[in-house]
Design a protein around this ligand. Sequence first.
Ligand code: AKG
Ligand code: FE2
Length: 227
Amino acid sequence: MLIAIPDLLDAAALARVRAITDAGEWVDGNVTSGPQAALAKRNEQLAEAGAAAREAGAIILDALGKSPLFVAAALPLKVFPPLFNRYSGGQAFGTHVDNAVRIQRGTEFRVRSDLSMTVFLEAPEAYDGGDLLIEDQYGVQSVKLPAGHAILYPSSSLHRVEPVTRGCRVASFFWLQSMVRDDGARRLLFELDQAVQRLGGQLGQDDRSVIELTGVYHNLLRRWADS
Ligand SMILES: O=C(O)CCC(=O)C(=O)O
Ligand SMILES: [Fe+2]
């Protein structure tokens, strides 16, 4: 399931992230790649352990925690510290699959990548190409969103970034481990959650059926969640 998170960053947060990342130290993107991804990947990345990635990453993590849509869709357990990349001058990232387990360098922190996320940090009009193409069970989905918007997609999918032929595409990208490992189960919970929220808005949160359905949601989550 692909889920767009509109306006994950508001204008002020986006401006702060860009001010920090633009002034940061950018290095060859292949510093974090395995040998297969290295063949496919041509971009730049903000130095992973640097202050810029940490500070800008903290703004993104804060925004994630405040987004009810993100929390409902991802049911996050552990989030890898956000990384930042940029593509220009024909750079691209060919078809690849993300590693199943990500270990934060120099630490014990490890995340099973259930979900991958890209937060777009540049206006789509400012660059040509750079679409994120994600192969899911319904075909190839093409994603290019306004700055501050994000896309959440299964880490199990093959995906790629098309060459950027004008301007510069800047993004944050990272992986997360969900409390609910199975994509199908997570999707059912999300659909149930969204429908119950809507029903609660129409019938009132004290409606008996709304309360019972909320109970069904939590009891399913209790069955399926790791913590
Ligand atoms: O730049 C992107 O949107 C995705 C990057 C990506 O797929 C990766 O680094 O594994
Ligand atoms: Fe990827």
